[in-house]
Design a protein around this ligand. Structure first.
Ligand code: SF4
Length: 449
């Protein structure tokens, strides 16, 4: 049985795609290797969102090829995902040791192609073509891959994005928006719940655009809200989350869903990117600062205690000190629970890469530091305010930093570490928050249960 090792770069969508590929390979008789050194096949699932991510994957593949060259017969080497999609055959031209290049609509073909390469039927395979209905092929899960039960699972509901933000390569690597059916998604969620999953995160590049073309609005509710309602009905499911949404998808029907659907956690990731209307327009984001702030106000009114997180890009072309000040003031006004700050990274073939007045790297670095510091100060105050309060957590398993302790998440998506045991895994517990660290809360084991 060939042993496969998959290394994943990038976002949760990539993690989910890798999991589905691994599960499909296991179903076909492959086993999962614990390291690349012991594998017969090494696949790199790549990310193109920043240049650094691409360089990391390329360097990794070069190192694998050098190591394989020392052996009589090295492992089969493959690229898949976003960089595979955007570079295609060029990857093999530049790195002749690569055997397989698998695009973002072809993950489900991994087993078939690897069989062909391993049997010697074909030497090299590049497949980055579009494939109808490929969005419905990311279905398999590896819940039984570990000895412990998974409490939380990700379910891919759509692929692609039509927003074409001027800085983003995703519409070019993931293609047009394509959505799965509601019954197909619900069946997958129900199957996961029957295997012990308590929390489902619905995944896609722009989930709030789910089903826009395929599923008509009903009673003023978008396809995405109809999907949330259908998932809410699954018995035994405790919590629903989703990522990544787009602010313009937060219509009143979705805000209202937060008030109506008890399983939908009071946690919203609202990627704002900039606080300046001028920059938002250049980015082609489709909302203004005022509209964004209005959504946050409505969400907090619909669900008190709503956790709001975001993404920022600093140093977008032509961003002035004044634009950056507006981003800082927006961060202070919203008081985000957490924010991910990215320095603008020009991506080939995107409109922003060709824009004049590219901001010098030094300025991007400075703004990155200033915004991070602001975010951290706000978050520290926010986290401290939880000390002394009770919170309901869903226990996920041992803490990554200290496996002797357990970890769970509040409904508003804050990590809580506490002294518990395996018996708590998968349970909803009310804990007393005793201490706040950096983006982590600590609960008192003494008052558990
Ligand atoms: S909405 Fe998100 S995925 Fe789509 S183009 Fe914009 S940043 Fe990229």
């Amino acid at each position: 049985m060939p042993r496969v090792f998959i290394k994943t770069y990038g976002c949760q969508m990539n993690e989910r795609d890798s999991e589905a590929v691994a599960a499909q390979l296991v179903a076909k008789g492959y086993t999962l290797a614990s390291s690349e050194e012991t594998a017969d096949v090494v696949l790199l699932n790549t990310c193109s969102v920043r240049d650094l991510a691409e360089q990391k994957a390329l360097n990794k593949m070069k190192a694998l090829a050098v190591a394989a060259g020392k052996e009589r017969r090295g492992p089969v080497l493959g690229f898949m995902g976003c960089m595979a999609q955007s570079r295609g055959q060029k990857l093999i031209d530049e790195l002749p040791d690569v055997d397989l290049v698998l695009g973002t609509q072809k993950f489900h073909r991994a087993a078939e192609y690897l069989d062909e390469i391993l049997s010697g039927a074909r030497e090299k395979i590049v497949d980055v073509a579009e494939e109808k209905d490929s969005e419905a092929t990311i279905r398999e899960h590896l819940l039984n891959g570990s000895a412990k039960k998974s409490v939380s699972a990700f379910v891919s509901i759509m692929q692609g994005c039509n927003q074409y933000c001027t800085f983003c390569i995703v519409p070019y690597t993931r293609g047009e928006e394509r959505s799965r059916t509601i019954p197909g998604i619900v069946a997958e969620c129900a199957e996961l719940v029957s295997r012990g999953v308590k929390e489902i995160t619905l995944l896609g590049q722009i989930v709030t655009s789910y089903g826009k073309r395929e599923i008509p609005a009903r009673d003023g509710k978008s396809a995405f809200v109809q999907l949330l309602e259908a998932v809410q009905e699954i018995d035994g499911l405790e919590r629903i989350r989703f990522t990544s949404p787009h602010p313009k998808g937060y219509g009143d029907d979705l805000v209202d869903a937060y008030a109506r659907l008890p399983k939908l956690c009071e946690s919203a990731h609202l990627p704002v990117q900039s606080g300046s209307d001028r920059i938002l327009k250049l980015m082609h984001r489709g909302y203004t600062r005022e509209r964004y702030l209005g959504i946050v106000r409505k969400l907090r009114a619909a669900r008190p205690g709503m956790g709001v997180t975001t993404d920022f890009i600093v140093g977008f072309p032509s961003e002035t000190e004044k634009d950056f000040e507006e981003t800082l003031s927006l961060a202070r006004e919203v008081e985000f629970d957490q924010a991910y700050v990215f320095k603008y990274s020009p991506r080939r073939d995107t409109p922003a890469a060709e824009m004049p007045e590219q901001v010098p790297q030094r300025v991007r670095e400075e703004r990155n530091q200033i915004l991070l510091q602001t975010i951290n100060e706000i978050a520290a105050r926010n986290y401290k305010s939880y000390v002394g309060r009770q919170a309901q957590i869903l226990v996920e398993g041992p803490s990554k930093r200290n496996p002797a302790r357990m970890t769970g998440r509040t409904r508003c998506n804050k990590i809580v570490v506490f002294d518990g045991g395996e018996r708590h895994r998968g349970r909803l517990l009310d804990v007393q928050i005793t201490r706040a660290g950096s983006f982590t809360l600590y609960g008192d084991a003494a008052i558990l249960e």
